[in-house]
Structure formats: structure tokens, C-alpha cells
Design a binder for this molecule. Structure first.
Ligand SMILES: C[S@@+](CC[C@H](N)C(=O)[O-])C[C@H]1O[C@@H](n2cnc3c(N)ncnc32)[C@H](O)[C@@H]1O
Length: 293
């Protein structure tokens, strides 16, 4: 079994401890679901992932448990995937360690691989975007999804470079980025540009907005949504969605006077020092939770 330590597992298990059914919207290798099943052997789990390799891995890792339904699909289509009310939704956003470590998936600038970055499906790859978008479109992707101050320089450098030959690999892109920026900014700029492309390739922010909207009507009263995000763009979406859903809406009978969600985390929870030492991935994690009224 390949076991990756799941992020903020104590907090996740605490928020979902009374659930009889949970949708793990980002099943990955199944480590969060594994921990939920260890704590609550009778919980029914629906595990969704858009990556067929993740589903296969989770099937192996969770083979000793019953009552798990594996669903290959996007959480953005949750209303077509889940047909019964449940007590919990868990989102552990972003890429899995498996996806990052596998050079052929093209997510990492630390190893050479095709510039792909698709978590699943047959949409445009990162290479398609890098080689076919206009300079202005690239600038917008880097600025909006990477919040990168050298977006203009990098977009221009890409357009110049690809006139000779398309940019096809992760290390080719890394080289173009590094030539366009001051040397002391290399690591963080590469991180931001690769993140921006990944978000664009997988439509990550729209997926999250749609899923949050569509999972609330599927929650039983008292059911909970738990979201772990790893960058401010995702965290902001969750924060504003929870705030809006917690507001009472005049004239909306379904919401009563209290709003449809109660926010359980006034501020996002973060991982403790000890957890970050054991699992560096937890460093940027922010967990927010809300409960259906
Ligand atoms: C951080 S990993 C989850 C790790 C998992 N919690 C575990 O314990 O092993 C995120 C997973 O979510 C999946 N994912 C990301 N966006 C998705 C989406 N829109 N729909 C379905 N799965 C998605 C990725 O393919 C990846 O496997």
C-alpha cells in the first residue's frame, strides 16, 4: 500500500465524526478516507476523483473496507454523481503527491516531462495553452491564477521562444521562465507559473465554485462541508461562499432566518508545527468548515 500522510487528518475526522455518509470529493490515494473508515468503520463513503490512476490506487489502498463507492469524475459535476443526501463533503484540493512525483504527468518543474498537467480527461494540456494562447491570454493566466508580478515578461519570453519551436517539456518552460526574471526569484516564480497553468488546464476555480454550490442541497441538516485549500485563490472562494451562504436571505423560505450554512471556523485552521515538520505539504494548508442548518 502507498500511504501518504493526509493533511490535517485530526481536524477532518473531528468535523466529520458524526457523519454516517461522506463524499470524499478528492479521493486521491484514499488516505483521508482510510482515516475516516478507521475512526468510523460504519461510515459510507463515496470517493470521487477525476484521475483514473487515483481511483485505481485508492481501490488498492482501501480494499479492506466495505461500503466505499468509487466514482471516476469531476466534483464540478457532483449533482450528477451523487443522487442521495449525505452528512459530509470533504475537499482536499490541488494535486496529489502521486501526480507531482510522476514526471510523465508534467506537473513539476523539478523533473523533466511532457508539459501536460491534466488531472484527468482530454481537455487542452499545458503545452496546448503555452503554445497556442496569445501573449495577452498568457499574461492574464499568470497574473490571475499565479498572482505573478513578472507575468508580462514571462508571457513575452514564451511567445518569442515558441516562434522557433513549440515548448513541449517542463524543463524547457522552466528555462524560458528563468531567463525572463531576476535570478533570486527563480523558485517562487516557477512555482507560481506552474500553479497558474495547472489551474487553467483543469479549470480548478470554476470546479470549486460549482461544487460548493451544488453540494449544499445534497447535505442533510447538520451535515458538514470541510475544505482544505493550499493557496489564497481557493481559500478566498471558500471563505466568500461560506459567508454568503451563512447570510439570512429575506424572502427565501428555504433559508429561514439563519442562512443555509453555519460557519464552524471563524478563521481558517492551519496545521501545527509538528505536523508541518512531518509533512511539509501541510505548511500552506487552510481548513474551513461549515454546517447545514
Ligand atoms: C490533494 S489530492 C487528495 C489526496 C487525498 N485526500 C488523500 O488522502 O490521498 C487531490 C486529488 O483531487 C483530485 N481532484 C482535483 N480536482 C478535482 C476535481 N475537480 N474533481 C475530482 N477530483 C479532483 C486530484 O486528481 C487529486 O487526486
Amino acid at each position: 500500500m502507498t500511504y501518504h500522510i493526509p493533511v490535517m487528518v485530526k481536524e477532518v475526522n473531528e468535523f466529520l465524526k458524526d457523519a454516517k455518509s461522506v463524499v470524499d470529493c478528492t479521493l486521491g490515494g484514499g488516505s483521508h478516507s482510510f482515516e475516516l473508515k478507521c475512526q468510523m468503520p460504519n461510515v459510507k463513503i463515496f470517493g470521487i476523483d477525476r484521475d483514473s490512476e487515483a481511483i485505481e490506487e485508492a481501490r488498492k489502498n482501501l480494499s479492506k473496507f466495505s461500503d466505499i463507492t468509487y466514482i471516476h469524475g469531476r466534483f464540478g459535476e457532483i449533482k450528477d454523481l451523487i443522487k442521495e443526501p449525505v452528512d459530509g463533503f470533504l475537499f482536499d484540493l490541488g494535486v496529489s503527491s502521486h501526480q507531482i512525483d510522476e514526471s510523465s504527468r508534467g506537473f513539476s518543474f523539478r523533473q523533466d516531462g511532457p508539459l501536460d498537467m491534466r488531472m484527468g480527461g482530454r481537455s487542452a494540456s499545458a503545452a496546448d495553452i503555452v503554445n497556442n494562447s496569445s501573449q495577452d491570454e498568457l499574461f492574464k493566466i499568470f497574473k490571475e491564477y499565479g498572482e505573478e508580478r513578472f507575468s508580462g515578461r514571462i508571457a513575452r519570453a514564451i511567445v518569442e521562444k515558441r516562434q522557433g519551436k513549440p515548448i513541449e517539456t517542463t524543463l524547457e518552460l522552466k528555462e524560458v521562465i528563468e531567463k525572463a526574471i531576476p535570478t533570486w526569484k527563480k523558485r517562487e516564480t516557477n512555482t507560481r507559473i506552474f500553479q497558474a497553468l495547472r489551474i487553467a488546464v483543469n479549470g480548478e476555480l470554476d470546479e470549486l465554485k460549482t461544487a460548493l454550490n451544488d453540494c449544499v442541497p445534497l447535505l442533510n441538516p447538520g451535515g458538514r462541508i470541510v475544505v482544505i485549500s493550499y493557496h489564497s485563490l481557493e481559500d478566498r472562494i471558500v471563505k466568500w461562499f461560506f459567508r454568503e451562504a451563512a447570510k439570512p436571505l429575506d424572502g427565501d423560505k428555504t433559508r429561514g432566518k439563519d442562512g443555509i450554512l453555519d460557519i464552524l471556523t471563524k478563521r481558517p485552521l492551519t496545521a501545527g508545527e509538528e505536523e508541518v515538520q512531518d509533512n511539509p505539504r501541510a505548511k500552506s494548508a487552510k481548513l474551513r468548515a461549515a454546517e447545514r442548518t
